[in-house]
Design a protein around this ligand. Structure first.
Ligand SMILES: C[S@@+](CC[C@H](N)C(=O)[O-])C[C@H]1O[C@@H](n2cnc3c(N)ncnc32)[C@H](O)[C@@H]1O
Length: 257
């Protein structure tokens, strides 16, 4: 998905127009299914708001395609989704640029949302490798199951903190690469550290945890576990974001054994 266009990005679309569509759709969603209060929880819609037919939401979701699904996910679970717009193509290419695809048997993604990264990962993945995508939002997982038909692709409803059990259930001991689009800094207390620890255990020595985040604080979750962390920054994303590549070194693995 492109920051400047919907879907494959082949048809150029004006960014202003997209923002306008998203703004209108957002307002209609909020009127129809409720609005987040300052704790990020949904409040019941008012009587006037409930007069909006539920069918309208479906029509908007359908018209906006993956963007509509993503926006719906954000409106329902703002704290868990953490962003109103999927990642840009530039961010995706930057994040995946360091992966040695010949050495990837298992790629895991946390928080795939509507699959913005899943498709580019599948394009690069070997024919005999696998992609497991784990998300806590059942709407996103159902959408991915319907939308991506690829025998290498395994969308799983669950939490990233259960990554070890999930990869074992798919017949793997370790993952080669794990990618995270999770909003680490807004997750409930304790969840971010638990995910970072489980990810370190789930990676093979030499395997990398790829993290993109709007806040630099994501590094704080990685440092207790990963000795080797490289970072980058991507302006061409809304909003611009930090990138981290944290590798499980052999000495990390020995220290853990
Ligand atoms: C910012 S969105 C990322 C969307 C997508 N990866 C992209 O690049 O456009 C964060 C996603 O993380 C999911 N999520 C939040 N907590 C999670 C957890 N503990 N385990 C797995 N997924 C989680 C949300 O449901 C949401 O789909």
């Amino acid at each position: 998905m492109n920051c400047l266009g919907i879907g494959t990005g082949s048809a150029p679309v004006h960014l202003d127009e997209e923002w306008h569509n998203i703004g209108c759709a957002g307002r209609l969603f909020l009127q129809t299914i409720g609005r987040p209060n300052n704790q990020g929880l949904l409040m019941s819609p008012s009587k006037a708001e409930t007069r909006q037919p539920a069918r309208l939401v479906d029509r908007i979701v359908h018209a906006l395609g993956p963007w509509g699904m993503f926006l719906k996910g954000f409106v329902k679970h703002p704290v868990m989704v953490g962003s109103i717009i999927p990642s840009s193509d530039t961010l995706i290419n930057h994040m995946l640029s360091r992966v040695d695809w010949d050495k990837v048997d298992l790629f895991v993604e946390y928080g795939p949302g509507v699959g913005t990264f899943c498709r580019p990962v599948l394009e690069r993945l070997r024919g005999d490798a696998a992609l497991i995508a784990i998300d806590t939002n059942p709407d996103f997982i159902d959408y991915l199951k319907r939308d991506i038909a690829d025998s290498r692709f395994h969308p799983v409803l669950g939490s990233a903190s259960d990554v070890e059990e999930i990869i074992r259930a798919h017949g793997f001991e370790h993952a080669d690469q794990i990618l995270s689009g999770l909003p680490f800094s807004t997750l409930p207390v304790g969840v971010g550290p638990a995910i970072a620890a489980a990810t370190h255990r789930a990676l093979r020595p030499g395997g990398t945890f790829l993290v993109y985040q709007f806040r630099k604080r994501a590094r704080d979750f990685l440092e207790p576990h990963f000795e080797q962390i490289e970072d980058g920054f991507e302006w061409w994303n809304a909003p611009p974001c930090y990138l981290f590549w944290a590798t499980r070194t052999t000495s990390d693995a020995e220290a853990q054994a």
